[in-house]
Design a protein around this ligand. Structure first.
Ligand code: MSP
Length: 707
């Protein structure tokens, strides 16, 4: 039976093991926009979000926080609720997997699956990543580690467990997904899942011994086991509807949103559970992209986690909602930054939308409006609707904002302040009404204010009738205050350089540059690289390169050759200097011109002070470009630049540690120039100053000589 005029949308339920970040806010904002849009279309909507509160990871986080698991999830879930309420999220229910009703429901289905023989007792042996709360297949492991959490050793689990017969559902799922009865969007994700299904599904373990993981729902047929978090979690989508009446009205769910990290389990275990229990399947699983912050994965250790609460406090919820939806095409990966948010807030919301409303309301306060005309704006509504139906939120916003541009142009062209033309004013007000109603799902607070100012309702139906202006319009207050973005001042890291006595006869220089921005190419740097190649004069440089030779004796047996010589050989063979990124290219250019060995290392990856000393044979070295990332042996007595964690930043004369390489997210570097005993320290220092000047002229920033 096809149920019309209803819309059920869900987000994943989030692990409350940490405070909410913009990642969880993103999916929830998208779901809210869909929910509001369908309410606007006149449908009865159920919108569910919540938290996934059981499992080992949560229990561990609680322990670290010195709280019981229940007290811990109570505290953290309150933060999710607070963040969502600040973002104006209009969910109908907030489900927690520790809700008693939910736990009872999970026990009910476990018993039913057991009675129907979909669950059997067995043994299981596999690698499990606690950070993902997922098993890893042999093909997923990279160097025996989880590809997403290489710092956390996966656990090899071999224990008595209850298994779910997932393997019996592979064929059926493949057929349903191929036919589009279970729709997976976008297309790349559907293909990915079909390929995954072709590998064949294995039965999965659905329980842990209670003695190992006690923070979970107890199996109703064996009190010594607790239920695997995902089976417990999936059922939220049904238990969260609350009662049978809602279930009858809203099931099957229309759209389930998530990112790519959890589509596999959602496209296999989840529908398999439903099939086993005789439930209808979800209609659409929509997989949006994953986003990074300033080009980097969001992570606590990098200190770049953005709290949605902070953003809302600074810029208001509508700006945050608008920015994340406008900036990243829904379904693709993307990047967000506070700077980007401010730029759209000022440039699009304040200057375009806010300004339009302020100018037109000011005109309406002064002039008489004449509504004796028909204004046809149907095509804009149609285009916007089409994009919304295809989840192309950024393009829907594009349509609305290019119409805002048109309206601003009308204001400019029609000069109503001179003509007092009431018909023109009416056209403008009708335009504002249209755009406000369309944008309401994205920016409810602002749009409601505008509707109040002009005296219309937020209703798509009303759009079909003429705008009735029956109240005196007053100039609107400012909708979006412009904000100034203050880039947090980047400080020098305060690192010191300590040179061991035995190295004193080797001249070298070390500097720090802060506040650089690295890109692929820069035209004036490219010009300089070309010129350097054309005026190639080997003799001088060769002398410098050769004067390192004595160092390659016994001490640097492990070295693979001089880096400045390798650079020369590359240039001669390829007839150009390498193109890596603007910062690396800049110091390579200097190294090429002088024959001196140089390197630049991402400051964030260099911990504390820098030591230049001989190797004691215990250091950890992973050469740049190392594909297997396994440390290689350093010979005792080799000359090294090492940081305080004993990580080799660079092996004298040759390669640098893979981890410290410069990339586009680098905002500061340590620059090293390695002299030798034939070159005076003052000469190396001079080259260092020229090198830092070149780098900062291309990449920006300020430098400081450390040694
Ligand atoms: N608890 C499970 C889901 C169970 S659903 C039955 C879980 N939780 S989670 O807290 O890790 O949330 C993952 C989801 O958060 C992603 O699928 C995505 O919706 C959202 N995101 C988390 N970080 C994100 C980004 N950096 N970018 C985009 N989405 C983000 O997995």
């Amino acid at each position: 039976m096809v149920k019309k005029d209803k819309f059920y949308v869900t987000t994943p339920i989030y692990y409350p093991n940490d405070e909410p970040h913009v990642g969880s806010a993103y999916t929830t904002i998208a779901a809210d926009i869909l929910a509001r849009w369908h309410r606007l279309l006149g449908e009865e909507v159920f919108f569910l979000t919540g938290t996934d509160e059981h499992g080992q990871k949560i229990a561990e986080s609680a322990q670290k926080a010195g709280l019981t698991p229940q007290a811990f999830v109570d505290k953290m879930t309150a933060k999710f609720k607070e963040a969502f309420s600040m973002l104006n999220i209009s969910n109908n229910n907030f489900i927690r997997t520790t809700d008693k009703n939910h736990e009872l429901e999970v026990k009910r289905i476990l018993q039913e699956l057991y009675d129907k023989k979909f669950i059997y007792k067995g043994h299981y042996e596999a690698h499990y990543c606690v950070a993902c709360e997922q098993y890893l297949t042999a093909s997923e492991l990279v160097n025996n580690k989880c590809p997403r959490h290489p710092n956390r050793e996966p656990e090899l689990r071999k224990e008595e467990t209850y298994m779910f017969k997932l393997s019996s559902f592979g064929k059926k799922l493949k057929a349903l997904i191929s036919k589009g009865e279970l729709k997976i969007m976008p297309e790349v994700r559907r293909k990915e899942i079909l390929n995954f299904l072709d590998e064949g599904l294995q039965d999965i373990s659905i329980s842990r011994l209670k003695s190992k993981v006690s923070w979970g729902v107890e199996l109703p047929f064996d009190k010594n086991h607790t239920c695997y978090v995902w089976v417990d979690a999936f059922w939220n989508y049904i238990s969260g509807l609350g009662d049978k009446k809602n279930f009858d009205k809203f099931w099957p769910v229309d759209v389930q949103l998530m990112a790519k990290d959890i589509i596999r389990v959602h496209a296999t275990i989840w529908p398999a559970l439903l099939l086993a229990l005789g439930y209808e399947l979800p209609k659409t699983l929509f997989v949006h992209g994953y986003f990074t912050i300033n080009g980097m994965k969001m992570s606590k250790s990098l200190g770049n986690v953005i709290s949605p609460i902070d953003l809302v406090n600074k810029y208001g919820s509508d700006s945050v909602r608008y920015y994340v939806m406008r900036n990243i095409p829904f379904g693709s990966d993307g990047d967000v930054s506070e700077k980007g948010l401010v730029s759209r807030h000022n440039g699009e919301l304040a200057n375009k939308f806010g300004n339009l409303v302020s100018r037109v309301s000011a005109l309406a306060e002064k002039c008489e409006v004449d509504n004796n005309i028909d204004v046809d704006l149907e095509n804009i509504k149609e285009e916007f609707t089409l994009f919304m139906n295809e989840f192309k939120f950024d393009q829907a916003l594009g349509t609305a904002f290019s119409f805002i541009d048109t309206l601003n142009q009308w204001v400019q062209d029609k000069k109503i302040w001179e003509t007092g033309n009431g018909k023109d004013l009416y056209e403008l007000e009708s335009g504002i009404r249209l755009v406000t109603i369309l944008l309401w799902s994205f920016m409810p607070q602002t749009c409601e204010k505008i509707a109040e100012t002009f005296g219309f309702n937020i209703s798509l139906k009303d759009l079909d009738s003429k705008l009735k202006i029956n109240k005196k319009v007053k100039k609107s207050s400012i909708l979006f205050e412009k904000v100034e973005f203050k880039e947090e001042e980047l400080k020098f890291s305060g690192k010191k350089v300590i040179v061991s006595k035995s190295m004193k006869d080797l001249s070298c220089s070390i500097a720090e540059i802060k506040g650089v921005s690295v890109v692929n190419k820069n035209s004036s740097l490219e010009r300089m690289k070309k010129e350097a190649f054309q005026s190639l004069s080997f003799d001088n440089v060769k002398k410098t390169i050769r004067s390192y030779d004595y160092l390659l004796g016994d001490k640097d047996k492990g070295s693979e050759g001089l880096s400045s010589e390798n650079l020369w050989n590359y240039v001669i063979k390829n007839k150009k200097l390498p193109n890596i990124n603007t910062l690396t290219d800049a110091y390579n250019l200097m190294s090429f011109k002088t024959g001196l060995i140089m390197g630049a290392y991402d400051t964030r990856k260099v911990s504390a002070d820098i030591n230049i000393r001989e190797s004691d044979g215990s250091e950890n070295f992973v050469p740049i470009g190392s594909s297997d990332k396994n440390p290689v042996k350093i010979h005792k007595g080799e000359y090294l630049v090492v940081d305080d964690s004993n990580k080799v930043i660079t092996r004298w004369l040759t390669k640098q540690h893979d981890d410290v390489a410069v990339n586009k997210s680098t905002n500061g570097v340590i620059v090293c120039i390695q002299g030798n005993k034939d070159i005076k320290k003052s000469d190396v220092d001079e080259v260092m100053i020229d090198t830092c000047k070149l780098i900062t002229s291309i990449c920006g920033g300020e430098f400081k000589i450390l040694y």
